[in-house]
Design a protein around this ligand. Sequence first.
Ligand code: ADP
Length: 225
Amino acid sequence: MCKTYGDGAAAVRALNDVTLEIAEGELLILLGPSGSGKSTLLNILGGLDRATSGVAMFRDRELTSLDDVSLTRYRRADVGFIFQFYNLIPSLTARENVDLVGEIADDPLSAHEALDLVGLGDRLDHFPAQLSGGEQQRVAVARAIAKRPAVLLCDEPTGALDVHTGVRVLEALQEVNKRYGSTTLIVTHNADIARMGHRVVRFLDGAIRSLEANVAPAAPSDLVW
Ligand code: ADP
């Protein structure tokens, strides 16, 4: 798969012939320096962007040939997103932020179940401003998993957090991956995080430089970062 932004002299080749097969239920870390193409790949896999050439498949569906309506349906039904900044609605409580997703999903977890899973079952009625950054990110994790997505895409989920709160967020992601089998991709430039994945894909200049398996993925609390 290739992705080029712009054209002519200003063209940027964000992905250069990337080939990758991801197993159902896998926790995959996409590691590499800023600008190496990680978010571009994540956005194409999540149906937020389109490849310039090549094919992206989800199960037996070819994402690269779906029209906008079908791509939106895929995003809604099958994909949960977590970004570096939590994008919570400030005037809604934790429970209400998570409940919003319930309105567009078929068989959602209740907000209580989803918030319990990320360790915030006692903060249902708190507003984002009453929660720490790490807690807000865990609400964002709860919101993403409430629809039990087949695919969970996380772009620098701990990028704005200190070590301690970052670990809690990663624990929540690992737990969701184990419990619901959501295929989970975590984009990071932090090499320490890599050890918690089943596999690590290293990016450089829009290409995959290496692909390694972790025989025994580490618990986030054992990562030093
Ligand atoms: P990473 O996630 O590894 O930091 P990105 O996938 O965001 O990298 O970016 C890869 C390359 O594509 C970078 O050179 C970036 O500047 C460029 N790029 C990303 N998005 C756009 C865009 N919307 N328009 C133009 N260039 C972009």
